[in-house]
Design a binder for this molecule. Structure first.
Ligand SMILES: *Cc1c(COP(=O)(O)O)cnc(C)c1O
Length: 439
């Protein structure tokens, strides 16, 4: 660090701008990302982000919340409408914080929790202590895994039932069952599992971090109607809000959840993000159904096109996907880590992914057997099935043909030029990745 402070000041601002130019010329396929509307971005730079509230609207710890309370109340009402829930808490600052709040509200350290193993779609927030997972490490939960059917890419209901019965015989009854996941191609058997789990008085929480936008748009399953007691979510994956979390549930669980969020797992929450969430929820209510149905169509189209070009797409027996995600087994062509970097060099942004069987085969997180693609952001940019064909061709050129990376990059930049607006949002003059200078 040998330069002047002013140099670094300018350097950070320059890098921010460069990043946005790069993304405006790229194909963003990270399944956990999306592009918020200019209106959401406006909320994020507002003064709400500099204030303290703490607590529930009307019962704040600090003065100065007159407008903040009104916005948060709107946000809560919109969330309840969007997810048809009796209760919503929009304060969790992330999906992990939402999950941790559920663990705090309804379990004690050393209780047993059921969830998916990470290569089968589980998330670190539901992970074991040995893996530094939030559930094990932070809340001391003992994590056990659902039996998983790789061909179906889904939880095995019959085996799960047997496992639970055996656990109960041994006096090891789970307290909480988490559903949902990070790699989630198909709706899970929430209804069947909830029936079984509730027989044994096990609480069911569906982690909709990824699929919340599809649920809101009526294009995936509807966990709260299918037996889940609680649903946690991230607000920025298929939902297109600012980064954050939320919890929706029934009134009978409201008080415990509220206390677990504050003071349990936050002091102040991020008030500018609450405003951004409210705007995104309003956009979702207006445009969510059209958006979510195009997302699912695009995912299916991209999966089919990749399959037709000779790539191994998981879930083939079930039609590849019913969500925004596509999972590829790339072991024939290299490893997920190396291919992720090569695609990035061509402005195609994806993430490497542990897939079922990787751990047994000795593969690890740095060099797994899979890639995960998500189409939420490209859908928000106005792309449809036709564009998915072109994206599949670019991916094939890199992964299968080992084409010249500079050449592919130029083709990607050219292709990308025409998609610079956020769709499924109220009117705005701004381009999607415009760098907004307010100095
Ligand atoms: C992304 C994800 C989370 C965490 O969300 P953050 O908002 O990044 O904290 C939780 N659960 C699942 C299943 C996820 O995929």
């Amino acid at each position: 660090m040998s330069n002047t402070p002013h140099y670094y000041y300018n350097e950070v601002l320059r890098l921010l701008k460069e990043h946005q130019t790069w993304f405006s010329e790229s194909i963003p396929l990270i399944a956990s990302e999306n592009i918020p509307s200019p209106a959401v971005r406006e909320a994020i730079v507002s003064d709400f982000g500099n204030r303290y509230a703490e607590g529930w609207p009307g019962e704040r710890v600090y003065a100065g919340c007159i407008y903040i309370d009104q916005v948060e109340n709107i946000c809560i009402e919109l969330a309840k409408q969007l997810f048809r829930s009796e209760f919503a808490d929009v304060r969790p600052v992330s999906g992990v914080c939402a999950n941790l709040s559920v663990y705090s509200a309804f379990t004690e350290p050393n209780d047993i929790m059921l969830t998916l193993a990470i290569p089968n779609g589980g998330h670190i927030s539901m992970g074991r202590k040995e893996l530094f997972g939030t559930a094990g490490l932070v809340h001391g939960l003992r994590v056990t895994y659902y039996p998983f059917n790789k061909d179906e890419m889904n939880i095995d209901v019959d085996e799960t039932k047997k496992n639970i019965e055996e656990m109960i015989k041994k006096g090891e009854k789970p307290k909480l069952a988490m559903l949902g996941g990070s790699l989630i191609l198909f709706p899970q058997p929430v209804r069947e599992l909830s029936t079984i789990l509730h027989q044994y008085d096990i609480l069911v929480c569906y982690d909709a971090a990824h699929v919340a936008g599809l649920i809101a748009g009526g294009q995936f399953q509807d966990p709260l109607r299918e037996g889940a007691d609680i649903m946690t979510l991230s607000t920025h994956k298929t939902l297109f809000g600012p980064q954050g979390g939320a919890i929706v549930s029934f009134l009978k669980f409201a008080e415990k959840i509220k206390k677990a969020v504050f003071p349990g797992n936050t002091s102040n929450h991020h008030l500018h993000h609450v405003a951004g969430k409210a705007i995104a929820f309003a956009e979702m209510l207006e445009f969510g159904s059209a958006y979510a149905s195009q997302v699912v169509k695009n995912a299916k189209a991209l999966a089919q096109a990749l399959y037709d070009k000779g790539l191994d797409v998981l879930g083939a027996e079930k039609g590849f996907t019913k969500s925004h995600q596509i999972a590829l087994d790339v072991t024939k062509h290299g490893d997920g880590g190396t291919l992720e970097k090569q695609l990035e060099a061509c402005n195609i942004i994806v993430n490497r992914q542990l897939i079922p069987g990787d751990i047994k085969a000795g593969r690890n997180y740095m060099h797994p057997g899979g890639l995960r693609l998500g189409v939420s952001e490209v859908t928000r940019l106005g792309m449809r099935e036709g564009e998915m064909q072109e994206i599949a061709e670019f991916i094939k050129m890199v992964v299968v043909d080992k084409a010249d990376l500079h050449l592919v990059r130029e083709k990607v930049r050219e292709f990308r030029r025409n998609y610079q607006r956020v769709h499924y949002a109220f009117e705005s003059e701004r381009e999607a990745y415009a760098y907004i200078k307010i100095r």
